[in-house]
Design a protein around this ligand. Structure first.
Ligand SMILES: [Zn+2]
Length: 211
């Protein structure tokens, strides 16, 4: 498995690895409001700890789930933030601007989404030097810090030119969204194993069945 990739099983039973290229966008893989609630991974606050241990946040420095402490109120805020991601990321990935589209879709025209994001930009997980001078996490890593890390990254992603690098997989019925960090910026698929391959097979069939 490459760094930052998660192993997913699609509805058609294909197992593949997917790298969202971003910790903030990775949160979308933990579930969401209906219809995404069927993928819910965060039923209780302690579920977040195990999930974070396998996330982009743990890439630079591994996180053990015992090092994470999330309270019920923090879980609620994380889920609220995630619901905002579900409302705005598909719109932005489609190349549309946020405020106008928010109004057009009948979503909150009051800037509520922006408030939730901005208020989430809080303290970040902290590192420290242990007695032998080696970098480690200052524990516990709290739900508020996890939210802060995701929100800060989101602001960098959608509030800058990087927003043009937001993508939704081009596969039919695939809603996986990612930050295209490839140098040429031409990533089209969630993974080559799944949608990239389905596309190749589809192209092959079309070529060989069209007179
Ligand atoms: Zn896909």
């Amino acid at each position: 498995m490459t760094s930052g990739a998660r192993r997913l099983t699609s509805p058609d039973g294909v197992t593949h690895t997917f790298d969202s290229g971003s910790f903030a966008l990775e949160l979308l893989l933990s579930g969401g409001p209906p219809p995404w609630d069927r993928y819910e991974a965060w039923h209780a606050p302690e579920d977040v700890a195990g999930w974070i241990a396998g996330s982009h946040l743990a890439l630079e420095l591994p996180i053990a789930k015992e090092q994470v402490k999330v309270g019920p109120a923090e879980l609620k805020r994380l889920k609220e933030f995630r619901a905002v991601l579900w409302r705005i990321i598909p719109v932005l990935a489609d190349g549309k601007p946020m405020p106008g589209v928010v109004a057009e879709h009948g979503l909150s025209p009051t800037g509520n989404e922006l408030d939730i994001i901005n208020q989430a930009v809080g303290p970040l997980p902290r590192t420290r030097l242990n007695p032998t001078g080696v970098k480690q996490w200052q524990t516990p890593i709290t739900g508020t810090q996890i939210l802060g890390a995701a929100a800060r990254e989101l602001v960098d992603l959608i509030g800058t030119d990087q927003v043009k690098r937001l993508r939704m997989c081009e596969g039919a019925d695939c809603y996986l969204m990612f930050h295209d960090t490839s140098r040429p910026g031409n990533r089209r698929w969630c993974s080559m194993q799944r949608c990239g391959n389905r596309h190749k097979v589809g192209t092959y069939r079309t070529r060989h069945h069209t007179p």
